[in-house]
Design a protein around this ligand. Structure first.
Ligand code: BGP
Length: 469
């Protein structure tokens, strides 16, 4: 069956500074929390490949932008690395700034719109050592960083984002203890989430201030990007399952959605947290800061749904309240390399949720992609990776987007995650996402996979031929 995306629907790619640039110690870049972790324990990273490498974008950005152009993409998102733009005193590092000016200019020369994000899990080491997101001074430091970025690049960038996936650091670093500093403490996680929310709001305030002073162009927009996976529970749920759903959706999704549309955190969630003695560390005046957090539009990263049920135990190992347990849906189709469920319809359900609950907020799919291990297995006799699984994955997600738009979702575009294979945090180069392969054995050389030319056709026709129902 054929699905048609609107003619003005934009199609591009997403990446991030810390996962692509490399050049970790060049031209005055500060160290990040990732460099710190890599130095402390390199074995925590797949094949002992730490944060230092990226995919050589620092050296290779011109070729990469041309490759994107050759696939007819109209836009791409990357992030400024705080550690590259500022020095330890919070002042502009001229060499760092020069790099991003060059990237932006190159994008424009190739008629591509650069979307710029300010933070992608990459806290400077010096600020982490001062407490990171647990310290309000770091929230202030972020506001200073945002101010400097808006002043430096405000005339050049049209689409700004304060954060990518602000839920991930509270979860991965502080609640689930998967990433350095490996903390498993729900209260600390909640405080980090709360402080990042304040930082987002101060970032938006800096954006408006810079605009009113003429540093930022008049047509610029500010947004937030998160992975708002719609949570599902089992069929015929109990009231306890539905309660788990309310809190899961409340903390992961509505927290940010309410913040960016209403300028406040969801009342029901805050009331429940209060009843459980889990109110985050508030200060007088915070409510006023939250009111600054409204944005112009939203980025929605979608990889997998979240499936949950009522928790068996009411508290976790530290005695903090537990809101849900995972639910293993018997029909789930998995991406076994990443351990994530593949459920393209989730993208549609999110679109319908937005239409119902946040009808005034436009969004785009800011990340979606499929990471696969040992892709060398799929080379044809000419050496090209035949990634039909990826073509199928993207087709089905795009088809559901087309259907969501038809049914009234205000989805404006799509950025594929990881157009060019990149470094994936502690998984390093284990799972490859790219339409373009990076050969680590041959100086980061780029090669098209089968999906690249397929995607170019989709960009040209805005049509997808697949079955989804
Ligand atoms: C998102 C992040 C990206 C990217 C992607 C794929 O959550 O915004 O930075 O890494 O997920 O996930 P992973 O690299 O862990 O496989």
């Amino acid at each position: 069956m054929k699905y048609q995306l609107p003619k003005d629907f934009f199609l591009g790619a997403a990446m991030s500074g810390p996962q692509t640039e490399g050049a970790y110690n060049k031209d005055g870049r500060q160290r990040s929390i990732w460099d710190m972790w890599s130095d402390l324990s390199i074995s925590d990273f797949y094949n002992k490949v730490g944060s230092y490498v990226g995919n050589n974008f620092y050296e290779n950005y011109e070729e990469d932008i041309k490759l994107m152009k050759s696939l007819h993409l109209d836009s791409f998102r990357t992030s400024i690395q705080w550690t590259r733009l500022l020095d330890e005193n919070g002042k502009i590092n001229p060499l760092g700034a020069a790099f991003y000016h060059k990237v932006i200019a190159c994008a424009k020369d190739n008629q591509m719109e650069p979307f710029m994000n300010l933070y992608h899990f990459d806290m400077p080491e010096a600020l982490y050592l001062r407490g990171g997101w647990e310290n309000r001074e770091v929230v202030e430091a972020y506001a200073n960083y945002a101010r400097q970025a808006f002043r430096e690049f405000g005339r050049e960038i049209k689409y700004w984002f304060t954060f990518n996936e602000p839920i991930v650091e509270p979860d991965q670093r502080y609640r689930n203890g998967v990433w350095y500093p490996f903390i498993r403490d729900a209260r600390r996680g909640l405080n980090v989430q709360y402080n990042i929310s304040l930082a987002h709001c101060l970032g938006v305030e800096e954006f408006h201030r810079a605009k009113s002073k003429g540093f930022v162009r008049d047509d610029a927009k500010i947004g937030l990007i998160n992975c708002f996976a719609p949570p599902y529970t089992r069929e015929n749920p109990t009231p306890e399952d539905l309660e788990a759903l309310r809190m899961e959706d409340g903390i992961n999704n509505r927290w940010w959605l309410d913040l960016v549309t209403k300028g406040q955190l969801p009342e029901d969630v805050m009331n429940t947290l209060k009843d459980l003695g889990m109110t985050p560390d508030r200060r007088p005046g915070d409510e006023t800061i939250f009111q600054l957090g409204k944005v112009d539009w939203l980025g929605f990263n979608y990889y997998h749904p979240s499936r949950i049920q009522a928790p068996r135990e009411k508290t976790d190992e530290m005695g903090y309240p537990k809101f849900s347990d995972p639910y293993h849906w018997p029909e789930a189709k998995m991406n076994v390399y990443r351990g994530w469920e593949i459920y393209p319809k989730g993208i549609y359900d999110f679109g319908m949720k937005m239409k119902r609950e946040y009808p005034d907020l436009k969004f785009f799919v800011s990340e979606n992609g499929m990471g696969v291990e040992r892709e060398g297995r799929f080379r044809d006799k000419n050496g090209q990776i035949q990634d039909d699984y990826r073509i199928q994955f993207v087709s089905q997600h795009l088809a559901w987007i087309a259907k969501a738009i038809e049914d009234g979702a205000q989805c404006l575009g799509y950025h594929y995650w990881g157009l060019i294979d990149n470094w994936s945090w502690s998984n390093a180069f284990k799972n490859r996402y790219g339409f373009i392969e990076v050969d680590l054995m041959d100086n980061y050389k780029r090669h098209f996979k089968k999906s690249a030319s397929w995607f170019r056709e989709v960009v040209d026709s805005k049509a997808i031929d697949t079955n989804i129902e």
